[in-house]
Design a protein around this ligand. Sequence first.
Ligand code: NAD
Ligand code: 3PG
Length: 394
Amino acid sequence: MAKQILTLNQISLKGLERLPRDCYEVASEFAHPHAILLRSHKLKIEDIPASVLAIGRAGAGTNNIPVAECSKRGIPVFNSPGANANAVKELVAAGLLLGSRGIIDGIQYVDTLADMTDKAEMNKVLEAQKKQFKGSELVGKTLGVVGLGAIGSLVAEMALTLGMDVVGYDPALSVEAAWRLSSQVRKADNLSALFARCDYITLHLPVLDATRGLVNAELLSAVRKGTCLLNFARQEIVDEEALVAALDGDQLRQYIADFPSPALIGRDDVILMPHIGASTEEAEDNCAIMAAEQIRDFLENGNISNSVNFPNLTLERVSGCRLSVTNENVPKILGSVLSILADENINVIDMLNKSRNEIAYNLIDIESHASESVLDKMRALDGVVNVRLIGDCA
Ligand SMILES: NC(=O)c1ccc[n+]([C@@H]2O[C@H](COP(=O)([O-])OP(=O)(O)OC[C@H]3O[C@@H](n4cnc5c(N)ncnc54)[C@H](O)[C@@H]3O)[C@@H](O)[C@H]2O)c1
Ligand SMILES: O=C(O)[C@H](O)COP(=O)(O)O
C-alpha cells in the first residue's frame, strides 16, 4: 500500500520527486496520512491525525510545530539544517546595504520624478537632491552576530569579505559550527557586551522559551546610538514594545526584519520584508529534498537524521524484518522488549539503541516475522510509546 504524505504548505517539486509515485501518494488533504511535510504552517497537536508517524519541516525553524507534544506521541520531527542558510545570508547582505545607504528612499524619490519629461532638467533636479540619500560604507564597521549556526556563520563570513569587523555570540555553539567559523570572528563574552560595541547587530538564533523576548529594553539600552538591528530569525526574539521605545528614543537608528507587524509597518526607521529569507528556488529545493529524503528513510528504514526531538540513528539494512521501538528513556524497557522476542524464538540480527532527553529509540533487525500479537505485547509494556514493523515484511 502506498504511503500517504500530507503537505501543509507548497513544497518544491524537486523534493516531492524524492518520494516515488509507486510507493507514495502526496496531497494537501488526507484523513490518515503516514507523514506530514510542511514549511511555516502553524500546526496544532489536535490537527495531527493518530496515523502520523513523522513530520518533516522543509526549513530550519520548528517553532510552528508542537515538538514537545510530538515527542510524547513518539513522532519524530525533522528539519533541514543549513539547507536555506545561503538564501538567508544573501538577504542579510541586502539588509546591511539597505541599512547603510539611502537605497529605498532614493528609489522612492526617483519615482516622484515620473511626470518630468525633460531629461536634462530631471538630471539637474536629482543631482541637487541626492545629498538627502547619502549613506555610509560597511567597511570598517562592526557587525555583531547573535547565533553562529548554519546561517550566522555564513553571515559572519560574508561580513568579513565586505571588510566589516565581526563579533559573535553563541553560548551553545556546536563543535561542527565552531570548525566552520573564521578565526577572525571575535567572541563576545555576553550579549550586553556585543550589543554595546556594534554598528549593526544581526540575529540568527532559534525562538525557544529561553530566547523569546531576549532582545529586551535592558539590552537595547546598551546599544550605541546609531545602531541598526537586523532580525531574519524570528519576530518573537525581539520584545516589540522595547524595540518601538528604542526607535522612538533614537537609541536604535533602524530595524530591518523579515517579520512585519502592525506596530512597525509604515515607520521611516523600519524596513520590513514578508518572511522571504528562505524564498529562493535553490533553498526551497534544498529544504524539500532534505525533508523528503529524511521522511522516506524514516518510513522505509526507521533511520533518523536531523530530527529536532529524536536521537540521530542509522542502522544499515542487511536482511530480515526491522522493528522500531520508541520508549520513555528509563531502565529495563529494552530488556522487556527483547524478552518478548526471545519468548517467541525470534532471533535478533542487529540492533541499535540511542536516547535523547526523555526519549529512547531502538531499531531491532529480526530474523523472522513478528506477528501483530507480538507487537501488541510490546506496545502493552509500561513506557513503550510506539512499535512499528518496517520493511519487506511490514
Ligand atoms: N527568515 C527566514 O526565512 C529564516 C530562514 C531560516 C532560518 N530562520 C531562523 O533562523 C534560525 C537560525 O537558523 P540556523 O539554520 O542558523 O539554525 P542553527 O541551529 O544552525 O543555528 C542556530 C544557532 O543559534 C544558537 N543559539 C541558541 N540559543 C542562543 C542564544 N540564546 N544566544 C545566541 N545563540 C544561540 C545555537 O547554538 C546555534 O548555533 C532558525 O531557528 C529560524 O528561526 C529564518
Ligand atoms: O525557519 C525557516 O526555515 C524559515 O523561516 C523559512 O520559512 P519558510 O519555509 O516558510 O519560508
